[in-house]
Ligand binder design. Structure first.
Ligand code: PLP
Length: 398
């Protein structure tokens, strides 16, 4: 028998509760009709990319020499595309980035993998806050480091600073944050980001080495409150931003995003070089060339997010009125209510009886909750609310 990497076999055969829930919904839809199944399992944007994306794709295909358009770009990405992205951020955040601070990647996943590989040395640990995007564990371990999950404060899913400070050790190489958050939808307040920066500065000084902040921001543009989202590098110098156009422009299959390395970070030239080295070692070669130009041409635009806001308002208000407890989700397109019984799997199984498909919070390192992904047509939510009501009644909520 062929000897294979045990780790890769394990990763390739491991069950994903999100995928399983999605597969269940698909199977049930085939059996009883899609109109009878309410699937809230998957975070695939439901709004189309803006028309300007399609128009630009056509224009580029019609006007640019195809050898150039479909060819390799420099590993970091097309220089003019990187410059356009820098100028867009500078306009919005009053920063002074230039194209050479950007390394274009295959989405936020590619960005995180490059950043983690660039930073990781044997024995290093990265802290994140549960609930967290389950792929962090895969990405951190693939980079040869260890993921340490610190439970967030489940009343509002801001950082529990006492638990966080207790978890930082001399081995802590970095911290991964994700705001707006998958799976809670929670946005970190300015106070949270400021305090996080203060703790990291103190601990970096105490241990005599930088503790890096990786800000994973695929949902940066999906925010519902009037409060501006804190621009993390303005609060903490040694920040790397991992960004993606998967959600903001509804382009998840085109695999395009970036790592931003602000020039102010410690050892900027080496850090940027290490990210280029990581991209090389991981075999990315360069980010998809056509979509480098598309996102540069559409910098600052977003898909129409209004439906997400409408869905969030309808879902959140209705669930709370039924007696469910849910932290305030001011961004992304997820709700993360508490389950009325401690076992979220048992709750999800009960929900399945109504063909209501949800994902247990255990998948995100936070039992006792479910993730509800509301990037779906509003009619699906309207149709599903009576099912949530019946479930609430089964548990005597309200
Ligand atoms: N980070 C978070 C928190 C996510 O939710 C996702 C995707 O859902 C990603 C990273 C990866 O996104 P992509 O690689 O499509 O940009």
């Amino acid at each position: 028998m062929t000897k294979l990497s045990a780790r890769m076999v394990a990763l390739g055969t491991a069950k994903s509760e999100i995928r399983e829930a999605f597969a269940f919904a698909q199977a049930r839809a085939a059996e009883v009709g899609p109109e009878n199944v309410d699937d809230f399992s998957i975070g695939n944007p439901s709004v189309p990319a803006p028309a300007s994306v399609g128009e630009l794709v056509h224009r580029l295909v019609d006007t640019v020499d195809p050898v150039q358009l479909h060819g390799y770009t420099p590993a970091q990405g097309d220089p003019s595309a990187r410059q356009a992205l820098a100028e867009d951020l500078n306009r919005r955040y009053g920063t002074d980035y230039d194209g050479d601070c950007f390394y274009l990647t295959a989405g936020a996943a590619g960005a995180l993998c490059c950043a983690l590989s660039a930073l990781s040395c044997p024995g290093d640990q990265f802290i994140t806050f549960s609930p967290y995007f389950p792929e962090y564990k895969v990405f951190v371990e693939s980079a040869g480091a260890e993921l340490v999950a610190v439970p967030a404060d489940i009343t509002d899913f801001q950082i529990d600073f006492a638990a966080f400070q207790a978890a930082i050790t001399p081995q802590t190489k970095g911290v991964i944050i994700n705001s707006p958050n998958n799976p809670t939808g929670v946005v970190y307040s300015q106070a949270t980001v400021r305090r996080l920066a203060q703790v990291l500065e103190e601990k970096s000084a105490q241990y005599g080495h930088a503790i890096w902040l990786l800000s994973d921001e695929p949902y940066r543009e999906i925010v519902y409150s009037d409060q501006p989202l804190p621009w993390v590098p303005s609060y903490y110098t040694n920040t790397l931003v991992c960004y993606s156009y998967s959600k903001s422009l509804s382009l998840p299959g085109q695999r395009i995003g970036y790592v931003l390395v602000p020039r102010q970070v410690e050892d900027f030239p080496l850090v940027y070089a290490a990210i280029c080295g990581a991209g090389r070692a991981l075999g990315y070669v360069c980010a998809p060339s056509l979509f480098q130009l598309v996102v540069a041409g559409c910098a600052g635009q977003t898909a129409d997010m209004e439906i997400y806001r409408k869905n969030r308002d309808l879902f959140l208000d209705s669930l709370r009125a039924m007696g469910y407890t849910c932290a305030q989700p001011d961004g992304a397109f997820y709700l993360f209510p508490r389950t009325p019984e401690p076992d979220a799997h048992a709750f999800c199984e009960r929900a399945k009886k109504y063909d209501l498909v949800l994902v247990p919070g255990d998948s995100f390192g936070c039992p006792g909750h479910v993730r509800i992904s509301y990037c779906v047509p509003t009619e699906q939510i309207q149709r599903a609310l009576p099912k949530f009501k019946k479930l609430a009644e089964e548990y005597g909520l309200g």
